[in-house]
Design a protein around this ligand. Structure first.
Ligand code: FE
Length: 213
């Protein structure tokens, strides 16, 4: 955005991915309506060595917003795992940080995910594959889910809303690298690509959100 050249974007992407890699563990918890918040930080030590300011010093752009789409359901359950017994699909662990445009971690930020299932179907009657959580003291979230399937007209994606306490809501989508449909999806934005690594039969993905606070 704003005239960054591809190298800058690439560097930011790599740095963000590195920053998020050690961030595995349970996220914090709170309430969907953002009033009461329960901070249950695991705070593993790697966060202390990441020096987030230096890692995103060239990053003063907020994460791009995207359309909400037709399948958002408010008041999703508070949970860090969307995986249910017997659920088909490749397991996906998605972790990262919510950062301010000044590169500071945003604690107790609401992160609300929704996605389709392995067959490309959204649960619009209930809350299957929907859930929200709050970032911990290091600004970290961790989501256990599955790789979403494909449905007509779209590339593979996960929807998310991010809200720093008492701030506006960022609505956006996250994408998977190497997807054939990325090039033909009119909504796709390469700035919203996850960093993805295969781990056995599962995938680990990282993304850091940058929000105005
Ligand atoms: Fe969608």
């Amino acid at each position: 955005m704003n005239g960054q050249n591809p190298d800058q974007k690439s560097r930011r992407y790599v740095l963000k991915a590195i920053a998020a890699l050690p961030m595995l563990g349970l996220g914090a918890c709170g309430d969907a309506d953002s009033s009461p918040v329960i901070a249950t930080s695991a705070s593993p030590s790697p966060a202390a060595t990441l020096s987030p300011t230096a890692q995103c010093a060239d990053d003063d752009d907020a994460t791009p917003s995207q359309t909400e789409g037709p399948y958002f359901t408010p008041n999703s359950p508070l949970r860090t795992s969307l995986v249910e017994g017997g659920m088909a699909g490749t397991r996906l662990s998605l972790s990262g940080l919510v950062l301010s445009t000044a590169c500071q971690p945003v604690t107790q930020a609401l992160v609300d995910f929704w996605q389709c299932d392995d067959a490309g179907v959204y649960d619009n009657a209930g809350y299957r594959l929907r859930g929200h959580q709050f970032t911990d003291a290091a600004g970290r979230f961790v989501l256990e889910t599955i790789v979403p399937g494909l449905y007509p007209g779209r590339t593979r994606h996960i929807h998310v809303k991010v809200q720093a306490p008492n701030r506006g809501i960022l609505t956006t989508q996250l994408y998977f690298p190497g997807e054939p449909r990325n090039a033909s999806d009119g909504i796709f934005n390469a700035e919203l690509l996850l960093g993805v690594q295969s781990a056995g039969g599962a995938q680990q993905a990282t993304f850091n959100f940058v929000v105005q606070v």
